[in-house]
Design a protein around this ligand. Structure first.
Ligand SMILES: Nc1nc2c(c(=O)[nH]1)N[C@H]1C(S)=C(S)[C@@H](COP(=O)(O)O)O[C@H]1N2
Ligand SMILES: [Mo]
Length: 447
């Protein structure tokens, strides 16, 4: 049994799960030395987990420095940072995935995160043409109609003007439509950071788009679509159906996790389209046009469309279907001893709230229902946990989520029957992690 589980990170940012016990202790120290060698940390600092140590002699009590001396002064000279021991918890690029770091992705380290909120500095990034730190005093949001009769008064808003308006704060996940896209044909990447790390969840703050459209006098009978446009060089433009805006769910956000958006995530203004794939969450939002038909821009006619089994493409599949993944234990992690483990993971649905998550440790033969951590919020991440006692034999861990519409997350067999194996987007298949006898956890797919 684990008394107090201890964790540390190896050089690739993978958190090793350590079970206390004779064998585990030896394993822990062995790994601590390996990690120390890899990261340059003093090995003894890691190995001495006992807060009051006698340096090997049980009769001598020596207190560590931090229990005797004067600590650091308050941090007033800059933005607070995580512990130096957490330095390996980072966003990472998947080696070889993209040719430039401007048109690229950085993946969130899901294996190292707790709860449902993604720290802003670890939020995944997806840029089509690099990010900018735009001066908010110069930024403008224009709202116009594709034809003058669709809206009475076109308007241009400054950030100050937007921030005077009634605001909402809501927790939502954002998932790139390409998340898990590398895994359609076969196992391609080793860790949950790369299989599922194009998802993050934040509390966003901003102004419902409906309020802005009302101020412009939109003719809702005829104006059934809007186009969102970003101010970066990527010409990022996406059509959003008016029903989503009329429901009050879509908003223009300036806040993320209690502070202004990060530049990587669209500072000073981005579109939040809950439940819809990330590409519609236009960053550096500079213009909203209302129109009477879908725009069919490059990012919806050619990209972000689903290749089907018969070779045809499916357009405008924007809602992210129900999906889940176990984040601990997950690929690249090592269980150092048999015994108790907390299996933990994330579930989400673009259609609403998560209703239930079942977990299997035998490759889908038997399922047990996990505990959902509250509050369970609509179109936000939901954390689930379930107890597990590992007997030291090979085990295949899976999670299967169900949302409030009754939709159940499909297996690879089910998704491939419809989508084939050469697709990119919208892969919400059940993920399998194989725990090997050695304790090493591997990404696998069951046929
Ligand atoms: N202006 C602009 N908006 C954009 C993009 C972009 O490149 N430029 N990328 C889109 C894509 S494909 C995704 S998945 C999300 C990623 O948001 P993030 O970088 O905050 O994670 O932003 C979307 N909005
Ligand atoms: Mo994306």
């Amino acid at each position: 049994m684990i008394k107090a589980p201890e964790n540390f990170l190896d050089a690739d940012g993978v958190r090793t799960v350590f079970a206390e016990g004779k064998q585990g202790r030896r394993g822990f120290i062995r790994h601590a030395f390996a990690a120390a060698a890899a990261t340059g940390l003093a090995a003894t600092a890691r190995a001495q987990s006992n807060p009051v140590s006698g340096d090997g002699d049980p009769n001598i009590l020596t207190l560590p420095e931090h229990s005797k001396g004067l600590g650091q002064p308050v941090v007033t000279d800059g933005y607070g940072k995580p512990s130096k021991y957490e330095a390996n918890v980072q966003r990472r690029q998947s080696p070889g995935l993209t040719q430039t770091a401007q048109a690229s992705v950085s993946f969130a380290p899901l294996q190292s995160l707790f709860g449902i909120v993604t720290p802003s500095g670890l939020h995944f990034e997806r840029h089509h043409q690099g990010w900018w730190d735009i001066d908010p005093s110069k930024h403008r949001l224009m709202i116009n109609g594709s034809d003058a009769s669709l809206l009475k008064t076109p308007k241009v808003f400054t950030m100050d003007e937007l921030m005077r308006l009634p605001s909402v704060s809501r927790f939502h996940f954002i998932e790139c439509g390409a998340n898990t896209g590398m895994e359609w044909g076969n196992v391609a990447v080793p860790t949950v950071q790369y299989t599922h790390g194009m998802i993050s969840c934040s509390e966003f703050t901003g102004v419902p788009l409906k309020i802005l459209l009302d101020m412009c006098g939109v003719d809702y009978k005829r104006a059934r679509f809007v186009l969102g446009e970003g101010a970066d060089g990527s010409s990022m433009t996406r059509t959003v159906p008016m029903e989503l805006i009329e429901s009050g769910e879509v908003f223009v956000a300036y806040g993320q996790n209690g502070e202004m958006l990060r530049p990587e995530n669209g500072y000073p203004l981005r579109l939040v389209v809950p439940g819809v794939q990330g590409v519609s969450w236009v960053k550096y939002l500079r213009r909203i046009e209302v129109g009477d038909k879908p725009y069919g821009t490059k990012d919806e006619a050619v990209h972000y469309i689903d290749l089907m089994k018969d070779g045809l493409h499916r357009q405008y599949t924007s809602t992210q279907e129900c999906k889940s993944v176990v984040t601990t234990p997950s690929g690249g992690q090592v269980l150092l001893d048999k015994g108790f483990y907390n299996i933990s993971g994330l579930a989400w649905s673009g259609k609403g709230k998560i209703k239930r998550v079942d977990v299997s440790v035998d490759g889908g033969r038997n399922w047990r229902t996990a505990r959902l951590e509250g509050p369970v919020m609509s179109k936000a991440l939901t954390r689930f946990n379930i107890d597990w006692s590992w007997d030291g034999k090979p085990a295949i861990i899976q999670s299967r989520a169900m949302d409030e519409t009754g939709y159940v997350q499909p297996s690879y067999q089910q998704t491939r029957a419809v989508r084939g194996t050469r697709s990119i987007y919208h892969n919400n298949s059940i993920q399998s992690w194989l725990v090997q006898e050695s304790g090493e956890v591997k990404n696998v797919q069951l046929s």
